[in-house]
Design a protein around this ligand. Structure first.
Ligand code: EPS
Length: 390
């Protein structure tokens, strides 16, 4: 089974990622992995930390001579900021006078619930791990899933469809969304210049007021054959796995598959994707009137693009902080503020691409098996032939 885990604190020495269950023989393009990390760092509304970091994956194992070898892939991603924190957050006991306690919890962050749970009178240790910095390790892991999927002709890409009240007002094509990944300037990762300008204006407004702003990103999986995932067991359904994968990202508060939200207020006749048989032979000749199901029916891919949206709350660290309480004195104070991003919707979309790629790669490996890429491609191509003749 494809699995991954991460370790590391935001201001510790490094983030750590480990991916196991990858078939052997997948070509590894480290420039691609690092480009993915770069994309996550970008976007209009990012804070000062991103000027310090230059996220790069240092691969320790599982890749030799440019290909995966079937053993666990271990990576570290150094935190450049660590040099400023060595005395504040030492592994050893260090000098307590140099520790930098976070005296009041930020509403919306893990600070208070985590401090109560782990018995700290300080939010420092909780926020260090709860920080969205951890998503860099997920992006490095997801890059490997994308490299595998690419060998099967499956692509994963994201774009931003809303920032605050500004939304993308027209449909986006797959080619437009993929083209965003090649851009060297990332603004709000929106396919439409006019909508992107409106999104930027939303960010500019909150920059002035010391507030933060959320939005919605959409991740598309393109080229996946029908039949991945299953209706047979609740914990193997593709929609359930994608929902958990995306919901687990920092600041995501809702996940939608296809037209999930508006479907609830519409009639069945308007929602479901009528079936035809005039397709131009992707994997099969079956075709659909539209893709409101977001490419998944009964927990199984149906051959259309898989469409997953993540709804991001505004970042909870505010330059003009909300009311809070001091951990020690219990007196009312303002919530802690060191520095923060104002808008991270594009970056969250990149992290969600990684999570979606990992979930889809897991199900793909489960369906097509394979200790090696060659074995997996053989099974994949055999299945493609089988369903073409269905
Ligand atoms: C982040 C690094 C963090 C924050 C942000 C994400 O850096 P620092 O805490 O040093 O400023 O910019 O964290 C959060 C959004 C959060 O809620 O904690 C990163 O690498 O993405």
């Amino acid at each position: 089974m494809l699995r991954f885990s991460t370790a590391g604190e935001s201001h510790g020495e490094s983030l750590v990622a480990m991916v196991s269950g990858m078939p052997a023989g997948v070509p590894v393009d480290l420039e691609f992995v690092n480009r993915e990390l770069w994309r996550r760092q970008k976007g209009y509304g990012r804070g000062g930390r991103m000027r310090i970091e230059r996220d790069t994956a240092h691969v320790l194992s599982g890749v030799r001579h440019g290909k995966t070898i079937g053993s666990p892939i271990a990576m570290t991603l150094a935190n450049n900021d660590w040099k400023n924190w060595t005395e504040i957050l030492p592994v050893e006991e260090g000098d307590p006078a140099k520790h930098k306690a976070v005296a009041s919890p930020r509403p919306g962050h893990a600070d208070l619930a985590g401090a109560i749970k782990y018995d700290f009178k300080d939010a420092r240790y909780v926020l260090e791990r709860a920080s969205a910095r951890e998503s860099a390790a997920r992006v490095a892991s997801g890059a490997f899933a994308k490299l595998l999927l690419k060998e099967l002709g499956v692509g994963v890409a994201s774009h931003v469809i809303r920032v605050g009240k500004a939304e993308l007002l027209r449909p986006a094509t797959w080619d437009e969304i993929v083209a965003l990944q090649a851009k060297d300037e990332v603004l709000l990762n929106c396919v439409d210049a006019e909508s992107e300008a409106a999104m930027k204006a939303e960010v500019d407004a909150v920059l002035r007021t010391g507030d933060t702003i959320g939005g919605v990103f959409e991740v598309i999986v393109h080229g996946l054959p029908p039949g991945v995932g299953t209706h047979a067991n609740w914990d193997e359904r593709m929609d359930g796995l994608l929902a958990q994968a995306v919901m687990s990202l920092q600041a995501v508060k809702a996940v939608e598959i296809g037209r999930g939200v508006t479907a609830a207020e519409s009639l069945g006749s308007a929602v479901h994707d009528a079936i035809g048989y005039e397709g131009d032979g992707g994997f099969t000749k079956f075709s659909r009137e539209h893709n409101n199901a977001g490419g998944i029916e009964g927990g199984i891919s149906n051959g259309e693009d898989v469409v997953v949206r993540g709804y991001l709350k505004p970042i909870s660290t505010l330059r003009r902080p909300l009311a809070s309480v001091n951990f020690e004195t219990r007196e009312p104070v303002k919530a802690a503020y060191e520095r923060s991003d104002v808008c991270v919707v594009p970056a969250a979309g990149v992290a969600a691409e990684a999570m979606v790629a990992l979930a889809i790669a897991r199900l793909t490996i489960e369906k097509f098996g394979g200790d090696s890429l060659r074995e997996m491609q053989r099974n994949f191509n055999g299945y493609a032939e089988q369903i073409r003749a269905y």
